[in-house]
Ligand binder design. Structure first.
Ligand code: GDP
Length: 177
């Protein structure tokens, strides 16, 4: 018979958040472009990055959709969404509040009632400019019923923890598309 064990699951992950929070930089790391912070963000025309990665010895193909400011714009690029990453900057309270608005919009859309959401507090290297305490973000994540990860694209801190974590979470749900 045909073995299905070798088939690689595919997941679509949509990244949302205010401009300037670091979505392009995070995508650059995912895409394997470690010099992404050195390049002007405007040079990135690709808004969708597909990559097959190995997590816990098993492969997964992830399509990462980035650079979208509205939910409508983001979901118009893909057929289905397996997870949302709501990115804010820990140095920018307005971007944290924007993530909360996006969270409400997502939950209001019936299609995404059960879609996992991960709250991503980027730029955690900028400790002196922090405007959003981690304790507050944790409370927010509990209220939102989502995971929280603080990352630094600049230091490449927790970035793969984030992406690997998303893949593990989606595997457990077994809802690859
Ligand atoms: P986007 O508009 O959400 O795609 O944000 P970008 O990825 O273009 O990043 C906006 C600016 O923040 C750029 O100047 C980046 O170099 C910078 N940036 C992104 N991530 C980090 C980070 O983790 N730490 C620091 N210090 N700067 C970052």
């Amino acid at each position: 018979g045909i073995s299905t064990e070798s088939s690689t699951p595919a997941f679509t992950v949509v990244m949302l958040g205010d401009p300037g929070v670091g979505k392009t930089a995070l995508t650059g790391i995912f895409a394997g472009d470690t010099d992404s912070l050195a390049i002007d963000s405007e040079m990135f025309v690709e808004e969708v990055c597909e990559r097959t990665v190995l997590v816990d010895g098993e492969s997964a193909t992830v399509t990462l959709v980035d650079s979208c400011n509205t939910l409508e714009e983001a979901v118009s690029e893909v057929c289905s969404v397996d997870a949302f990453l709501l990115v804010y900057s820990i140095t920018d309270r307005a971007s944290f509040e924007r993530a909360a608005e996006l969270r409400i919009q997502i939950r209001q859309a019936e299609a995404y009632a059960n879609t996992p959401i991960i709250l991503v507090g980027n730029k955690c290297d900028l400790v002196r400019r922090r405007e959003v305490p981690i304790s507050e973000a944790r409370v927010c994540a509990v209220v939102f019923d989502c995971k929280l990860v603080e990352t630094s694209a600049l230091m490449q801190h927790n970035v793969w923890l984030l992406f690997d974590g998303v893949i593990r979470q989606l595997r457990l749900r077994g809802n690859s598309s």
